[in-house]
Ligand binder design. Sequence first.
Ligand SMILES: [Zn+2]
Length: 491
Amino acid sequence: MRIAVGKMSHEANTFSSQATDRSRFAVQVGPELLEGLAGTNTELAGAMSVLAAAPDIEVIPLMGAKAGSGGPLPADTFRELLDDLLARLRAVLPVDGVLLGLHGAMMADGEPDATGAVLQAVRQLVGPDVPVVGTLDLHANVTRRMVAEATALVGYHTAPHIDMFDTGKSAAEILVGTLADKLTPTMALARLPMIIPPETSRHTDGPLSEVINQALALEQEGTILHGSIYPVQPWMDTEDVASSVLIVTNNDQELARSICDRLAHDFWDRRAQFVPEMVSPDEAFRQALARESGTVIFCDSADAPSSGGTGDSAVVLQAALKAAPFSVTALLNVVDPAAVAQAIEAGVGATVTVEVGGKLAPEFFQPVSFTGRVRLISDGAFRFKGPGMRGVEHHMGRAVVLVQGGIHLVVMERGVTQWDPQLYRSLGEEPADARVVQVRSPAAFRAAYAGIADEILIIASPGASSSRFEDLPWYHLPRPIYPLDPDTTWP
Ligand SMILES: [Zn+2]
């Protein structure tokens, strides 16, 4: 059996000022796609744990393209990547199956359902009888087209996301079972008119966990092949957006439909429980500095690079300067390539004054003047050690640490996923010893910061990934939708 494997992953944030062009994608072609997977918590590593172990399966790596969150892809970037994937697939036809690592919230200019377009194009090439199985992020916008074109779609069960390996493994098992004529995956989808703040969408506790646990129980007892609850990536201002529930059974459409409807109602009934409690940056500093001890994480989710933010909001820095001087440490970070260059030119030990942050998304932010001593200069490469994306290397461009009193400010050349304390540790800063740690991530950081955070405060601030949805300029979103329209009804 010949199985083609590919990856096409991106999460759109239409409020992001940064288009996700070709330069933002990590692209691996052919065998590169399967290199370095060992020990990584990734979908393809999980899929390969099944496929490589099967004696009669030959894996054909096509290509993989992965970008972090950001604005939609320019049309030519999307075309170029998709054409490459399709050309490589066409060149190896016929295949017996296809496995795709997808995100499910990818958008391109002119193609808001880019994941659906990928699945449709792959389906057209391989024909109706070849199983095509895809993996999805929990924040996927699962469209009817995606479900129509795929044989099965398998999503994460976790937020913070820690089950990428298991998701890839499940997808490969369903694909292999289908090829062996042991399974006939059948899907039912329910779409709900609501968008949900990721700060309160967790599998560990709270309203989402209660719905996910029901799906997991049904999987474990063998009633369904797979069940996923998708609180959609909320910052997609486009017509076809919904949270959803997707159930996969073994050839039982009626069962899939009834379970899907039951879980969807359960999800919908909890909608009011997702509204997060937030504090202003000034109030957050007041509370953190009033403590005797401990580490307070400032969840600065409104400008999270992993949600499409530029990472250059200086709102929390400004509040720190207002609250200073203090004798404890506040670890903060901001994107500003010009300030990095200025500090590197001044050199370690020099004192510099920089106008930092607030330049990439002027519709949300303004620069802040900061004077600090250059403590450290780094190439900005680091590797995640926590449960989410463990082992995966990340790059923040060149980075410096500037120190003014208790404020230790990491200035980096580009935005980076902030799920892991290794961001700070790689620069000689220890979050566990700090009173305040700024983390630009809505929820996923909770896994790796679990042993560090004595308290987590969700900061109310502006930004492209703000969960104060009413502050954002919506034009295309289908209305009514909860919570923007509190009286929204469903079904
Ligand atoms: Zn996600």
